[in-house]
Structures are given as structure tokens and as C-alpha cells.
Design a binder for this molecule. Sequence first.
Ligand code: FES
Length: 147
Amino acid sequence: MTRSEFIRNLGMSSGALMALYCMGGLTACANEEPKPADRSGKLDLSLDLNSTDYSKLQNNGEFVIVKGQPIIVARKTDGNFVAVSKDCTHRGQELTYQASTDHFNCPLHGAHFSTTGSVLKGPATTPLKQYKTAFNGKTNTLRLYEE
Ligand code: FES
């Protein structure tokens, strides 16, 4: 009997298998998506700007979608970070950030949002959710959180 057959015979779910895998200290688990760390249910996570997923944020005017989270983060041309919900409030299209106008834009029907999430141009009428940001230059990490 192979190892996988043995585990399958135990009737373990894929989640249980992943938990076992991670308990073994394998490095694959260290690279998983950031998860909220706050027990209050409010989002609180940290992005490593040295990682390939977020290294674009080392440059002013760039943006990324946070892996596994409904958040878009942009680094403005002045170097400050802004974070809002990534999906347009009109029909849910994923937004982009345009540094030249300092707006989040919807490529589907053309809505524009400010960096605080307010609607600048319809057809969207509901603002985006804004997240707090805190950059640590020593560790090159960006904290995203809710208060
Ligand atoms: S989905 Fe964004 S404006 Fe329609």
C-alpha cells in the first residue's frame, strides 16, 4: 500500500491532509496567502514587499491585488500606500489603479473611485471599503488593517 492509499483509506479530507502537511514544517505553507490575524474578525495582515507577489509595490505608481483577499493596494506617485476593496460596487468587476489620475478605475463600465474609495464617476454609486495601511521600511512590509 502506498502512502497516499494509506491516507485515503483513513478517510481524511483534503483540509485535514493539508493540516498534516503543514504540521510537518514543510516550506510550502510559509508561502500561502496572507490571512487575517486579528481574532476580532477585523482584517489585519502584512505584505512582504520583497516577495514576488508584492514586489511591484516597491515602485511608486504601481498596484497589486492581495492574494486571497478582496483588496487592491496601490503605491501612489508620492510613495504613500492606499488600500480599498478590489471589486467595483456596480457589478463587481476587478478594479485597476491609474497613477496619472490617482484613481481606481473600473474597466467594465468606466466608474472611477478616489483613493479613499468614494465614487468620482458612475455608474457605481456605492463607495469602496477603505483599509488602513502602515509601511515598515526596516522590514519592507506593509500592514493592512481595519480599526
Ligand atoms: S462593473 Fe464597474 S462600472 Fe460597471
